[in-house]
Ligand binder design. Structure first.
Ligand SMILES: Cc1cc2nc3c(=O)[nH]c(=O)nc-3n(C[C@H](O)[C@H](O)[C@H](O)COP(=O)(O)OP(=O)(O)OC[C@H]3O[C@@H](n4cnc5c(N)ncnc54)[C@H](O)[C@@H]3O)c2cc1C
Length: 413
């Protein structure tokens, strides 16, 4: 579980079965909003003075051969879903870790295959759950006219409106991957970003800048034994011993992202918050932006503070903006900022959050959108983040919130 959430002085953890969840949501809970925990990776799956509804008992899973869809309870992790699908040679596009839960799908999570296969939420064909009001719902992508708005709201904004208990997703043919990760000098990052912006959509670049700068390039085209695009990184990666091309049978075999960028000695768990932005191709703006980030990296208040990014585009851009709450469909980059501090260090927390906000402000010109993969309803910037995440769709989302969660049992919008 996320260390900050795990150390929270929570009122307790409720683990209702699917049948009991509805009754639970109709009870007066004493303290609202409730927190919802699926994979437990975000800082807000538990909070001081809040109840947590833990979905880890919602674990039914079934692969439908005829439709090639997977239907599952929202207590399963992405790795568990991939394990089930492996047997049928199928998969779904997950992120950089198999540990994430349904929060990854519902908040518009993306991964190295998203440029060719879309966001995880673009594969959703059916969704069941309970609105904040306690009313159950079951919607499918072929909704009636009156459900169109509700469907759109659930695709990327469901944490504010509902507890989702079951999802059905289209699957894709199992895809082998070639991964190349290694360390580069920061001065080469802007050049690499511009190279990646011209890659075919079967390739993607991820990077993580901590003590060192790690790059993580993935190619999922299976037509060449050795990826030409990854081979072209030779001059940038030099003789880095980690940087050999790795062949992975599927996403379950992806090497760990971010491990090369961190401190040499594994330290004790730190507390952290993460803020993610979204923006289009950087082109010639990559150079000045990376210079600015380089200055910010020198000012970071804790060794585990980082700036990272992953690449979108291709399939994620082809989806109509109006079809989901993930409105930044022109995005090619999701940079995210990790603010870290030692547990209990209040001034360290404050400094790190200020640093995160400063970096976010630096990025906001080139990356105006926000990806709400972590809720920050306990931080002063929450309202601004909502505006940057949902843009002109936010007023309608708020109307839906007042109808579907009138007592504010779920996080504020
Ligand atoms: C190691 C690691 C790797 C990651 N890699 C990526 C990546 O490659 N790409 C990317 O986009 N993100 C990535 N993330 C971010 C991650 O996807 C988000 O933090 C996501 O919200 C985590 O979902 P969860 O279910 O695991 O966590 P949780 O903390 O359980 O859930 C996150 C939020 O979603 C809400 N939520 C969860 N389940 C439900 C539900 N069933 N109904 C309603 N609301 C719900 C909760 O309110 C909670 O605030 C990564 C995070 C980690 C820790």
């Amino acid at each position: 579980m996320n260390p900050l959430a795990s150390d929270a002085k929570s009122l307790g953890c409720l683990t209702p079965s699917p049948e009991l969840l509805k009754q639970l949501m109709l009870q007066p809970l004493g303290s609202v909003p409730v927190r919802v925990c699926s994979g437990g990776n975000s800082s807000r799956c538990a909070g001081d003075g809040s109840w947590t509804v833990d979905l880890r008992r919602h674990r039914k899973v079934c692969y439908h051969e005829n439709s090639r869809e997977i239907e599952f309870g929202t207590g399963l992790t992405m790795a568990e879903l991939l394990q089930v699908l492996r047997a049928s040679d199928r998969s779904i596009p997950i992120g950089l870790s198999g540990l994430t839960g349904s929060g990854f799908i519902l908040t518009g999570g993306m991964g190295p295959l998203s440029r060719s296969q879309g966001l995880a939420l673009d594969s959703i064909t059916a969704i069941d759950g309970i609105w904040g009001s306690g009313e159950p719902f079951a919607l499918s992508e072929h909704q009636t006219a009156e459900d169109v708005c509700r469907w759109r709201a659930l695709m990327g904004a469901s944490p504010f409106l509902a507890i989702v208990t079951r999802l059905r997703l289209r699957t894709q043919r199992l895809q082998p991957l070639q991964v190349r990760h290694g360390l580069i000098p920061p001065s080469q990052l802007s050049e690499l970003i511009q190279i990646a912006e011209s890659w075919p959509e079967t390739c993607s670049l991820q990077w993580s800048w901590g003590k060192r700068l790690e790059i993580y390039a993935v190619d999922c085209s299976s037509d060449k034994p050795i990826s030409r695009k990854l081979k072209e990184l030779d001059p940038i990666l030099g003789r880095d011993q980690h940087a050999a091309i790795q062949h992975c049978k599927d996403q379950l075999e992806q090497p760990t992202f971010g491990s090369l960028a961190s401190q040499a000695v594994a330290s004790r768990p730190v507390h952290s918050e993460v803020l993610a932005r979204l923006g289009p191709a950087l082109k010639h703006e990559a150079g000045p932006l990376m210079e600015l980030l380089s200055c910010r990296m020198q000012e970071r208040p804790h060794g585990e503070c980082r700036i990272s990014a992953q690449q979108l585009g291709g399939a994620t851009m082809r989806i109509k903006r109006e079809s989901s709450s993930f409105v930044h469909r022109d995005s090619m980059w999701k940079p995210w900022i990790t603010a870290a501090w030692n547990p209990g260090d209040r001034s360290g927390r404050q400094q790190s959050l200020e640093w995160m906000n400063q970096v976010s402000a630096d990025l906001s010109t080139t990356c105006p959108g926000v990806h709400l993969a972590q809720l920050h309803d306990h931080l002063p910037g929450h309202q601004r983040e909502l505006v940057d995440a949902f843009g002109d769709w936010l007023p309608e989302l708020r109307q839906l919130k007042s109808a579907l969660d009138p007592e504010g049992r779920l996080p504020p919008l």
